[in-house]
Every structure is written in structure tokens, then in C-alpha cells.
Design a protein around this ligand. Structure first.
Ligand code: EPZ
Length: 418
């Protein structure tokens, strides 16, 4: 099992290129199941989760070819299976995103229920409820979602909770349904908007993505397209927090500044100077220590839960005390006890972490538990005195492309050890 060995103390300096968004690439790859002619998806990040999704499409008989620039060509004409087996789904919950497209295009889907994960039980009841309201026959038994539908029927769906992949699954299902579907209380994340843009480039008729109400007029067929995935806003935020924590100066390129307003506002509150261009952001905290900030996670456009762990790490070394409240997931503080091993002064009270910044963290062996928790441990290791060994970094590989190379480019002492 790979580990990362990090020696803290160097401020991050320089430029880093942001990869395509994992959480946009996954639904967009699933949406290729809807098209009758080949699709080319560009700027796909080279991540374990993307490899899993490509493997899942391949398992169904879909032809997926990846060129050396990581453009992914998908041709579904040879599909022979409509199932997503447990051994694939258990490694990546987002596999459930094939449910809506399979049902809409082929009327048939057998998808393993995604297990829970470290951050919460993460049910998919709203995905299933919405598809049933569109006329699908769905039986959940032996850990599988068995779904059948002659032709899904458009209807008005009110989502009890804001769910990102729930919104995406239902939007993809509605694209080929009979009649019009309205999604009320829809998720507004930039990745939902990116998926809607991709679907419209395939011939779908979707309006309102990015607002609470999305209207989808069903069409008979969708055709192939060429689509460029938007930059990853969470990867962007992660490198900017690293620059702020280490008192450095970093420019992130090929980014999408408009997709992380809440994060940039909080970074400014820490005292960072931020300049923004069309596709780049520069953060300057040269020689200064960040001020602690209060964080309250909620669905977009509020502060993203996927940046919560990173700000716990920042608050751990900031001036003063900051509170971090997690309202989206029930158990997303697994990083706290690992940060405490590095000397952080953080205590949990219900779903709020109270962080009092310390002058210095000290390197120690720590263990990653989930994707964003592992990022927060890497960030803390960048400022800790001495060596930190981060174990189980396969979590990191799921969501950060070539993290050690990018950190080395920025002047960090980091290397992967077996
Ligand atoms: C997406 O997960 C992201 N994953 C997550 O990113 C992200 O943290 C999350 O949205 C919130 O922004 C992908 O896009 C692949 P939800 P998703 O459905 O869609 C409850 C990362 O680090 N809920 O918006 O699974 C659920 O339990 C990952 O990149 C139901 O109860 O999240 C949670 O408490 C982690 N029933 C809340 O809603 C449902 O049917 C929000 O979940 C669906 C969701």
C-alpha cells in the first residue's frame, strides 16, 4: 500500500495546472450511454475513480478508447450488458450514475446498491424514488437495484434533499423520457451545470441547470458530441489552501475562478491576497500566517463540504480560533483525530470542530480515511516540522491527479514510498 513521505517547512512557490473535474467527468462519462453515435470527452482527469468508471462501461461492452492526451472516446453501439456489478460499484459509489442513462436508453438496469463509505451512509433513495415517479419498475433486493421501464414519463419531481448525483441521475433519465420533467430543489453545483451543457450538446433540451428548478424536455434520440470537462474546483481550492497555509505564492492555471466564490471569499478572510484572471487564480500569503476562519458547509453556492477538511488543516495552524460546521454528511470529521496526531488543537462538538491554531505542527505517521481527509493530512504535513508519513493514499489517488508531482513542482519535499 503506497504512502507519501512529506518533509514540511517549504512555502509553496510557482504555478500548477488544474485537471478536469472528477465530479463532472464521472456523470459525463455515464451520460455517454445515452448517445447512439460516438462521443469524445476531453480534459478527463487521470484518476482511479475515472479508471473505475471506464472499466464499468467496458464491462457492459461499451467501447472506450483513451488517447495519450487523456481524451476519452466512447462508442456504445456494442453494449451487451446493462449491469453494474457490486465488485465495481463497491470501489466507487458514483457508479450509481449509470442507472438513469441505462434505464432511459435501454429500459433495463441492474445496478449494485453503492455501499456506504467513511463519510456517511449515503443512501440513494431519492434517485430511486424519482425514477419510480417517472414510471420505472424498481425492485431493490440482494443488494441490487433492478430497474425496468418501457419508456420513462416526464413529471414534476420534488427532491426532499439537495442531492448532486440524484439531480444528475434524474436529469439524464429525463433527457430521453416522454414529455417534460421538472426537477424542483435541484442541486446547483457547477458539475451539474457542466453535465447539462454536455447533454444539450448531445441534443437534449435542458433549461435552468444551476438554479433550484431544472426543466428537461424529453427527446427521442441523443447523438454523440465532443465535450471538454470543466476544471476541478476542489483541486483548485486544495492547492490554494496549501499556498495559504505554507505562507507561499501560487498561481493555479486552467482553473475556473467562477466555480469557487465561497472558497475564495474564505481564503481572503484568512488574509490571503488573491488575484483572478479568466482561467487562473493567484494567491499570495508570502511570509504571513493565516487568520482562523469559521466555516459552515452547505450545498452550492454555499461553502462546499469537499473543502471542509482542507480548512480544518488551515485553521490548525492559523492565528486564533475557527469553527468548522459540517451540515451535508453525518461523519466527515475522520481527519480530526489524525490532525491531532500532528499536534493540532481541535475538539469536536456534535457536527462542529473547534480549531485553535498552534504555532507548529510536528510530523508523525498518519492514515488517510477518505478522499478529502487525505488531502487535509497532506496539507498539514506540508507545514509540520520534520517528516510525516501519510498511509493509505489510494484515497488520494481517487481524486487528485499526480499530486506528488504537482507539489514537487511547487517546491515541496514529497515522495511516494511503497
Ligand atoms: C456528490 O456526492 C459528490 N460526488 C461528493 O464528492 C460531494 O461531497 C457531494 O456531492 C456533496 O456535494 C460526486 O459528485 C461523484 P449528495 P453525492 O447526494 O451526490 C443525502 C468527493 O469528495 N442523500 O449531494 O453522493 C446524502 O446522504 C465526493 O469528491 C440522501 O439521503 O452527495 C448526503 O447527506 C465526496 N438520499 C446529502 O444527501 C439520496 O438519495 C448530500 O448527498 C441522496 C443523497
Amino acid at each position: 500500500m503506497d504512502k507519501l513521505l512529506i518533509t514540511g517547512g517549504s512555502p509553496l512557490q510557482g504555478e500548477v495546472r488544474i485537471s478536469g473535474s472528477k465530479n463532472a467527468a464521472l456523470p459525463i462519462l455515464a451520460s455517454t450511454l445515452l448517445t447512439e453515435t460516438p462521443t469524445l470527452i476531453k480534459n478527463v482527469p487521470h484518476l482511479r475513480d475515472v479508471t473505475t468508471m471506464v472499466g464499468l462501461l467496458g464491462h457492459m461492452g461499451v467501447e472506450v478508447t483513451i488517447d495519450d492526451r487523456l481524451n476519452v472516446q466512447v462508442d456504445t453501439s456494442s453494449i451487451h450488458s446493462y449491469s453494474a456489478p457490486y465488485d465495481l460499484v463497491k470501489t466507487m459509489r458514483a457508479s450509481v450514475l449509470v442507472l438513469g442513462p441505462l434505464l432511459a436508453r435501454f429500459g433495463h438496469a441492474d445496478v449494485s446498491l453503492p455501499g456506504g463509505c467513511a463519510i456517511g451512509s449515503r443512501p440513494v433513495n431519492l434517485h430511486i424514488q424519482g425514477l419510480r415517479q417517472m414510471g420505472a419498475e424498481i425492485n431493490v433486493e440482494n443488494g441490487y437495484i433492478h430497474a425496468r421501464a418501457k419508456r420513462l414519463q416526464g413529471t414534476v419531481l420534488y427532491l426532499d434533499l439537495v442531492t448532486v448525483t440524484g439531480t444528475e441521475n434524474l436529469m439524464m433519465a429525463a433527457a430521453l423520457a416522454e414529455g417534460t420533467t421538472v426537477l424542483e430543489n435541484a442541486a446547483k453545483e457547477p458539475e451539474v451545470v457542466d453535465l447539462a451543457h454536455c447533454l444539450n450538446s448531445m441534443g437534449a433540451k435542458i433549461q435552468g441547470a444551476g438554479t433550484d428548478t431544472i426543466e428537461i424536455q424529453g427527446v427521442e434520440h441523443l447523438h454523440g458530441t465532443e465535450y471538454v470537462v470543466l476544471p476541478d474546483r476542489i483541486e483548485t481550492g486544495t492547492y490554494l489552501v496549501a499556498a495559504a497555509m505554507t505562507g507561499g505564492q501560487v498561481r493555479v492555471k486552467q482553473a475556473d475562478p467562477a466555480s469557487l466564490d465561497a472558497v475564495l471569499a474564505k481564503l481572503r478572510e484568512t488574509g490571503a491576497q488573491i488575484q483572478i484572471g479568466a482561467d487562473w487564480i493567484e494567491l499570495n500569503m508570502a511570509g504571513r500566517r493565516p487568520t482562523a476562519v469559521d466555516i459552515y458547509t452547505a450545498p452550492h453556492p454555499a461553502f462546499p463540504t469537499d473543502m471542509q477538511a482542507q480548512f480544518c488543516a488551515l485553521n490548525a495552524v492559523a492565528q486564533g480560533t475557527g469553527t468548522v460546521t459540517e451540515t451535508v454528511f453525518e461523519n466527515r470529521f475522520m481527519h480530526i483525530q489524525e490532525l491531532q496526531r500532528l499536534g493540532a488543537d481541535i475538539r469536536l462538538e456534535g457536527n462542529t470542530a473547534i480549531c485553535t491554531g498552534v504555532e507548529q505542527l510536528f510530523g508523525a505517521p498518519v492514515m488517510a480515511t477518505d478522499l478529502r481527509a487525505s488531502a487535509s493530512l497532506v496539507l498539514a504535513a506540508l507545514v509540520a516540522k520534520g517528516d510525516t508519513l501519510v498511509d493509505r493514499i489510494y484515497h488520494l489517488d481517487r481524486g487528485y491527479e499526480c499530486m506528488e508531482e504537482k507539489l514537487m513542482q511547487l517546491g515541496c519535499e514529497v515522495r511516494r514510498v511503497p
